[in-house]
Design a protein around this ligand. Sequence first.
Ligand code: FAD
Length: 487
Amino acid sequence: MRGKAAFRRGLVWLRNDLRVHDNTALHRAAASCAEFAVIFIACPKTWQDQDEGEPLVAFRMACLRELQESLAQRNIPLYFLELGEFGQVPAAMRQVVEKLGVDVLFANAEYPLNEQRRDGAVRDALKEIEVPVEYCTDRTLVPPGSVTTASGEAYKVFTPFKRAFISQFGGDSYQPLPAPRKRSGDEEWPAWLEVEGSHNLVQTIPGRLRGYKLDVDKRGTVLGWQPGEKAAARRLKAFSGIIDGYEDERDYPAIDGTSRLSPYLNSGAISVRQCAHMALDYNNDRWSGGSDGIACWLGELIWREFYTHLVVAYPRLCRHQPFKPETEGVAWSGDELAFRRWSLGETGVPIVDAAMRQLEQTGWMHNRLRMVVASFLTKNLLIDWRQGERYFMNKLVDADFASNNGGWQWAASTGTDAAPYFRVFNPYSQSKKFDRDGDFIRRYVPELQSVRGDEIHCPPRMSDYPPPICDVKETRKRAIEAFADLK
Ligand SMILES: Cc1cc2nc3c(=O)[nH]c(=O)nc-3n(C[C@H](O)[C@H](O)[C@H](O)COP(=O)(O)OP(=O)(O)OC[C@H]3O[C@@H](n4cnc5c(N)ncnc54)[C@H](O)[C@@H]3O)c2cc1C
């Protein structure tokens, strides 16, 4: 190996790709370097500035701890560096590279604007010392920007994007890459280094991260989510047993009908290729046709691609701007009290309250309910979608800038492929349709435990449950007028 390797010493910079299997950057290093180590850089100040909340950060760190064990078993050193902000990374990385004597850096590309700028600055800093940097496609199935219209433009609407994606890339096999093999263990890497402006760079040993911002409970879970690659693989396997029923069951929050893989996909404990591979394998390599459940689920993975492609094609999405500039003129209500009642799950609209309490208690919310509560906030309460987007980033264990921004702009009718502004979800009809017997509501709103029949969706006056915060018909009219005024 040593004689044939293209590089003597490599460094793999892991971020939200915390796994050893099917990790492109790790695989590239294993294939092309005689020796390599891994580094993780925590930037808590930037994470906070980007509204990445405790559930997300705790889950990420817990996944890192799991990964540390897998790397140690393979004799691959993991360095851990804590800085404050992304802006400090280029200079610190240059020092690390020089001190470790590394001659190439690999990482998997990240796409929001701040991450792209950070990565560009790292590339420039290492160029000065002639160390190449390779950013690999890994977070998405295909590189953002590679699915375009005939005239080379980015798609703004999902369905033609999906069609083009399938016709361009549907034949690809998405074979997951193997994990790097166990190293001999006789490579010499320093135990720690001094890095200006940071705590020491530590070559971690199993257990070393224990206690670092880990908000895990006794079972080692974060809000009930078992971290790490093994847990992700188990979940994918379990879901493969029910995937055929996905299309029929995915809209009912009381049923465990979706994969719940989003926290793992976003921290990178599983790759989207591994997910696609499982589904395609079960569907005779077909993206459409075959099992309706599988085709529908594959379609959701394409939504994820679509939103990631959009943030790259339209960087203004990363600057808190609406995709449709005219919607900047919506006269949002700015009602802080209403926002607070929404976030606490005390709106008096049972399905909305149950959903918001699910988010608080589990760091996750069912997709149907994300649409319902986002519509309720932005249309019925006429509160700026950016407040909801930010709140979700803070509370979700699966927070992902692209999907969250896409979901919020869709619901608020400010985005590319958004719901038309006159389509306002009626939370009571949604509740009756998707939680008919009220099982989900009762699970999260104990005050309504004893309410039976249809009243669960719109309960009578009660001493311990608030009356509805608004009249959904009147507020729907107000929202439509607010948007119509823009024309
Ligand atoms: C307002 C709003 C905010 C959202 N915020 C996020 C977020 O921060 N992070 C996030 O991962 N998803 C977000 N979504 C999308 C979706 O709700 C979640 O991906 C889904 O609920 C995760 O559950 P699951 O893993 O069981 O999904 P499944 O139904 O099993 O789908 C499999 C995977 O496909 C992807 N996916 C599914 N639906 C969507 C979608 N509509 N958009 C993009 N990708 C999708 C996810 O990666 C998901 O894990 C948001 C949706 C809305 C309406």
